[in-house]
Design a protein. Structure first.
Length: 132
């Protein structure tokens, strides 16, 4: 396996809170999967959790290199945590198709957050090209 791309993003947590106040359920439904919403709901610092996931989605879009495209949905990128708390990325829809076309077999993401900021960094792995 080799790293073929990297993406990073910084999100302002109060901005996510504002979006939530302004657009409520519509914002949550459009951007987050039910598992992501449940994870944020179960934590006292839910806004940070949402902001971390938002940053992870943008970091993944950056590593794809395509930027925002018509058919992409925010929920095509889902971040779930394993039993140790480590975040894992699952892809669906248009984003999965783009990832497949780039030969991406795995995306590794790391998230950190405070009350003010959330940062995510994501790397894409592909099968090593032995012929190089
Ligand atoms: C995993 C750990 C490093 C997270 O760091 P933190 O400073 O508490 O919190 P951060 O905001 O930087 O990071 C939180 C993110 O770490 C990620 N994370 C949690 N457990 C993880 C693990 N086992 N592996 C990789 N990433 C992990 C998650 O993505 C989490 O955000 P999320 O819940 O929104 O998905 C920390 O909880 C830990 O276990 N530290 C070990 C030392 C320790 O216990 N210190 C406390 C006393 S000083």
């Amino acid at each position: 396996m080799e790293i073929i791309a990297h993406g990073i993003d910084l999100v302002d947590c109060p901005r996510i809170e504002q979006m939530l106040k302004r657009h409520g359920e519509r914002f949550l439904d459009r951007v987050f999967t039910s598992a992501e919403r449940a994870y944020a709901d179960s934590n006292k610092n839910g806004i940070e959790k949402l902001a971390g996931r938002f940053a992870a989605k943008e970091a993944v879009l950056k590593l794809m290199g395509t930027g925002w495209r018509g058919k992409i949905a925010w929920t095509d990128i889902e971040v779930v945590n394993d039993t140790a708390g480590r975040p894992e990325v699952r892809l669906d829809g248009e984003v999965k198709q783009i990832a497949d076309s780039l030969g991406i077999t795995h995306i590794s993401v790391s998230i950190t957050h405070t009350a003010n900021f959330a940062i995510a960094s994501a790397v894409a792995l592909a099968q090593a090209n032995e012929g190089k």
